[in-house]
Write a new protein. Sequence first.
Length: 214
Amino acid sequence: MDDAGDPFTGRRPTSHERLTGLPWDASYHEGPAPWDIGRPQPAMVRLAAEGGFTGAVLDAGCGTGENALHVASLGLPVLGVDVAETALAIARAKAGDRGVEVEFAEADALRLERLGRRFDTVLDCGLFHTFDGGERSAYVASLASVTEHGGTLYVLCFSDDGSDTGPHPVSREDLRAAFDLVDGWRVVAVEPDRIQTRYHDDGAPAWLATIKRH
């Protein structure tokens, strides 16, 4: 199949893309996306300050790169991946402007094994909740394919607990059902947190899940 003119570059559109009728890349064509706040998520800054990121780090669904840039600025090797080339171009420009050494690449989060690499820490900030039930098992397996045994995955996603929830909210049970004792994962903790967006004054209710790979 010729990918020229195909906004999904030969891959199957995700449930979110089918719902909107637009590829993820379109979110970045007319100004910042709703989740693109121009700074790292406070939850990720806090995790980094607590020493939560170690070794080689993967940011799955990195967008314009703020979280990846923050972690890389601490001296860790970081790869940020996304399907949105516009977002990646913005992320690379930020890295150049700030003098931060970080790598960004186009990759399908449901096919991360194609990277041919493994990571000690994996970050998912706002990606898990965009997948429907049918996609989650593929995503969980995809993450397992690139996470070292003994590695850690952090998932920050919209929560169903509280008022003014974001789109695609998920429950604690959804997270545990997707990961716990699946593909070598063990859910260590699911704690309430916030995801900052351009449309919430104090962020939207979120879960921060810490998940270990065995």
